[in-house]
Write a protein that binds this ligand. Structure first.
Ligand code: OGA
Ligand code: NI
Length: 243
């Protein structure tokens, strides 16, 4: 209870569902969030002493992985390193959510996490290696993400990468089912730009044959729209920027 907060801006918070004040059906999950807003707060430093070292060690390593992968996304589109270093927004904003999905007595009534795409640039997810639940929407069909091995991460491309690449890479729609018998845990680390960053399709990827599909939006406004969205299929977060 000491850490309970539904605010997306609290340095450390423990919360339930997604946006209980706006939901008629709650999502079946509790999450412990650590929030790093450069220049504003560092939830990893304020983590409870019992797990402070562990969350710091974890995020420091995952951050390196995320930065490397993020760069590779743009390299894979043929962009020069010089351009990537100067023109692609950095991802200093870090949010880590440790999810606990308790067993649900009637899994048909709700979801662990409703269908959505992640709002930031990319997500490094450590899924539960034993209890299934995560599904991705592949061309209209929900496909379970099967565990490969206990140390494997799942990488989600998120909304800002879809915008930056003008749709060449898509933000993956996903959801988590509930389980009638077993609890499930996961760790999701989200990496994104600063709040004051304007995110728009990269000019090098735009030409006569590839007109912009998204407008430029301030990441702060994008986040605000996300935080106020209702539980709805895919939450429609990308529609905010779609032309
Ligand atoms: C999320 C998410 C998936 C999972 O937290 O945004 O999609 O497996 N989590 O818990
Ligand atoms: Ni997600």
């Amino acid at each position: 209870m000491r850490l309970h907060s539904q605010s997306f801006r609290a340095p450390v918070s423990y919360s339930t569902s997604f946006n209980p004040s706006m939901e008629r059906v709650r999502e079946w999950r509790d999450t412990l969030f650590f929030n790093r807003f450069p220049g504003f707060c560092d939830g990893f430093k304020e983590a409870p002493a019992i797990c402070r070292k562990e969350v710091q060690d974890y995020i420091n390593e995952v951050e390196k992985l995320a930065r490397t992968l993020y760069k590779m996304i743009f390299q894979s589109l043929g962009l020069e390193n010089k351009y990537i270093n100067t023109d692609v927004p950095d991802i200093p904003r870090t949010l880590m959510g440790i999810n606990y999905y308790p067993p649900c007595p009637n899994p048909s009534l709700t979801l662990g996490l409703g269908s959505h795409s992640d709002v930031s640039c990319l997500t490094v997810l450590h899924p539960d290696s034993e209890v299934l639940g995560l599904e991705i929407n592949h061309k209209g069909t929900w496909v379970p993400v099967l565990p490969v091995d206990a140390s494997a991460f799942v990488i989600n491309l998120a909304d800002q990468v879809e915008i930056l690449t003008n749709g060449k890479y898509r933000s993956i729609e996903h959801r988590v089912l509930t389980n009638g018998e077993k609890a499930r845990m996961s760790i999701a680390c989200f990496f994104g730009p600063l709040e004051e960053t304007v995110v728009a399709p990269l000019p090098v990827l735009i030409d006569g044959n590839n007109p912009p599909k998204y407008r430029a939006t301030l990441f702060k406004d994008y986040n605000r729209n996300f935080a106020s969205s209702r539980l709805q299929p895919n939450r429609g977060t990308l529609d905010f920027a779609r032309i």
